[in-house]
Design a protein around this ligand. Structure first.
Ligand code: HEM
Length: 374
């Protein structure tokens, strides 16, 4: 879908119709106008799977006030302060990843012939991090160098979710697919939800001083706005999906792309080695300041978006202008890839090869790509 939309943008320009009442944008003001503008444009129902217990999850919440209510409770868990406080958890699992990779390399005599499936290793890492961050209980995938059965269930469920998202654009299809859907997929989704519920119950009963996402959510969940237990369950199950495979896939694509381009790899390696004297100096805050590293990640997101669907917003009032275009009420607006928070000229968006240099401040469109990334 993303490739198809990018293709029609390349042919027809920065705004294209992708359906009778749907527009996709790629121009430099579009992100600001669609997603950042206030009052915010509501999410649309299309392509959004509802949770098993029927309680709305933040990501599928289409009622703006309800979305804002959940967001007020959840957002402290994602603040910079929270990330800082959870740094030890992140560090523990990244260190464990390196230890495990080193062990695997060490076990093989012919080091030049080692093949490691990095996608698998990144998934072990991100699932362990997310499990520990949310439930104070990791999946122990890194320790065991193996998938937890939950993770396999999540993958099956995700494939089904993506299919249903696509079918939602062809109205009779979701009902047809639900009738013929294999029992195993239904069971995988139900199991994922049940496991999340059980872990959340255990976490709620746990006395712990170690801050995790639940510390913030439970601590902040007070008063009339408070989230119900069903809402906490549906959001908890969503966080596992939202935070793990997405992050693992981003790491996998970035690794794939920079290994394909030795000049990028060299530049990235140099930036990191120059910035840190030893591994212990690397923190999320410090890493976040490295411009080329950020650019490599944004390029991986642009070329290989883990959430390979759009995040549509509905025009619910007259006078909405997106990237200089007046948009009528009722139209749904999308950007089909995770877009860097920089104003890029539209020509840069149509440039398909992996080219992180374009996203750094020293970008000069006149320079050939090889010069920029060497
Ligand atoms: C590279 C990694 C990630 C990608 C590509 C990604 C992608 C997305 C996208 C596209 C949305 C917007 C959906 C929409 O509004 O329609 C979203 C929302 C969200 N994501 Fe992520 N995500 C990532 C990592 C994470 C992580 C690590 C967490 C936390 C565990 C997380 C939690 C959320 C939440 C709570 C929302 C809902 C925000 C709201 O509606 O206000 N995501 N993500």
């Amino acid at each position: 879908m993303v490739d198809w939309v990018m293709g029609i943008h390349a042919k027809y320009g920065p705004v294209v119709r992708t359906g009778p009442d749907e527009l996709s944008f790629i121009g430099p003001r579009a992100w600001q106008d669609i997603y950042i503008t206030r009052p915010q444009l509501p999410k649309t129902n299309k392509g959004r799977i509802q949770s098993i217990n029927g309680a709305p999850v933040i990501v599928t919440q289409t009622i703006t006030e309800e979305h804002s209510r959940q967001r007020r409770i959840l957002s402290p868990a994602f603040s910079e302060r929270a990330v800082r406080e959870q740094e030890d958890i992140l560090k523990h699992y990244t260190d464990l990843l390196i230890t495990k990779l080193t062990e695997h390399v060490g076990q093989t005599e012919k080091k030049s012939s080692i093949t490691l499936d990095m996608n698998r290793w990144y998934n072990y890492t991100t699932f362990d991090i997310v499990g520990d961050l949310i439930f104070n209980d990791p999946f122990h995938s890194l320790e065991n160098s193996a998938d937890h059965p939950w993770v396999a269930a999540v993958f099956d469920g995700t494939k089904f979710g993506m299919l249903m998202t696509a079918f939602d654009y062809f109205p009779p299809m979701p009902s047809v697919v639900k009738c013929v859907m294999p029992q195993s997929i239904r069971k995988a989704a139900a199991k994922h939800f049940q496991w999340s519920q059980e872990k959340i119950t255990r976490r709620m009963q746990m006395q712990t001083k170690r801050p995790d996402l639940m510390t913030y959510i439970l601590g902040n969940n007070q008063g009339e706005e408070k989230m119900s237990r069903d809402e906490i369950d549906s959001n908890g199950a969503f966080f596992i999906l939202a935070g793990s495979e997405t992050s693992a896939l981003t790491c996998s694509s970035a690794t794939f792309f920079f290994l394909k381009k030795p000049a990028v790899y060299e530049k990235l390696r140099k930036e990191i080695r120059d910035a840190f004297e030893c591994a212990d100096d690397i923190t999320s805050q410090a890493a976040n300041k490295l411009p080329y590293l950020r650019a490599v990640i944004w390029e991986a997101l642009r070329l290989h978006p883990p959430a390979a669907v759009s995040s549509p917003r509905l025009v619910d009032r007259p006078g909405v202008v997106v990237d200089g275009h007046d948009i009528p009420v009722g139209v749904s607006l999308s950007i089909y890839f995770e877009y860097p928070p920089l104003s890029l000229p539209p020509s840069a968006c149509y440039c398909f090869p992996f080219c992180p240099y374009r996203l750094t401040l020293s970008y000069n469109p006149q320079e050939p790509e090889e010069v920029q990334d060497s």
